[in-house]
Design a binder for this molecule. Structure first.
Ligand code: AP5
Ligand code: MG
Ligand code: ZN
Length: 209
């Protein structure tokens, strides 16, 4: 399985990616998580990327394409992979053409719901799992199931969320048409409970749970 998860900020890409990657035993590759790790480590690349991420803009293709190509060349990707949040531009999609994709899963969620999800999201410092204070609360306040501390992402402020939604509409949503023309697009109603969305993804991929 060589899969891509497409969808606006807050659509549930990371949440579904965790379930899909476990089901198919394939690596979950999130460019957002990789860029945040680089920023955390303070590498030159991470610091450059941080400026764009704070503003809700896309990190330049020249940086992101290199990171993903390097990751996909690692041996654990031989059996397949799940890309979360990549590609986000047509140039990134062109750069990915060397990987013959199985499917592109597009999570469809209305904008008001995206804002509700992002405004109360909390992330684990240790394992990056996303919780939601109301829709998917952590087992204990402020603490992940793995024991890690929870924090709020700096780009989840209302203003930056608006910017990210605009960037998605302008630069990433055209990829739906791009992949539809190639017969790869699976549109999934992401405005349902987490388990129902996952079940619909498996059915769309021709799998039974
Ligand atoms: P990235 O980290 O990928 O952020 P994003 O695309 O904005 O998406 P999110 O991670 O915010 O949302 P998600 O869809 O994963 O939702 P989640 O599962 O957490 O990228 C961050 C930044 O990095 C970008 O802005 C850009 O600067 C840069 N970047 C990354 N990739 C790049 C690229 N390819 N090119 C250039 N720049 C790049 O769920 C959200 C919340 O909802 C959670 O609280 C969750 O618990 C809850 N939830 C999930 N599913 C449900 C459900 N079904 N019902 C109710 N609640 C739910
Ligand atoms: Mg995510
Ligand atoms: Zn954790």
């Amino acid at each position: 399985m060589r899969l891509v998860l497409l969808g606006p900020p807050g659509a549930g890409k990371g949440t579904q990616a965790e379930l899909i990657a476990r089901h198919f035993q394939i690596p979950h590759i999130s460019t957002g998580d990789m860029l945040r790790a680089a920023r955390q480590q303070g590498t030159p690349l991470g610091l450059e990327a941080a400026q764009y991420m704070e503003a809700g803009d896309l990190v330049p293709d020249s940086i992101v394409i290199g990171i993903v190509d390097e990751r996909l060349a690692q041996s654990d990707c031989q059996r397949g992979f799940l890309l979360d949040g990549y590609p986000r531009t047509v140039d990134q999609a062109v750069a990915l053409e060397h990987a013959v994709l199985t499917a592109v899963i597009s999570l469809e969620v209305p904008e008001e719901e995206l804002i509700r999800r992002l405004s109360a999201r909390r992330i684990c410092r240790q394992c990056e799992k996303a919780w939601h204070l109301v829709f998917n609360p952590p087992p204990q306040e402020g603490t992940c199931q793995c024991g890690g501390q929870l924090y709020q992402r700096s780009d989840d402020s209302e203003e930056t969320v608006r910017a990210r939604l605009e960037v998605y509409a302008a630069q990433t949503s055209p990829l739906k048409e791009w992949y539809a023309q190639r017969g790869l697009l699976l549109s999934i109603d992401g405005n349902q409970g987490i388990d129902k969305v996952f079940a619909d993804i498996l059915v769309a991929l021709g799998e039974s749970k």
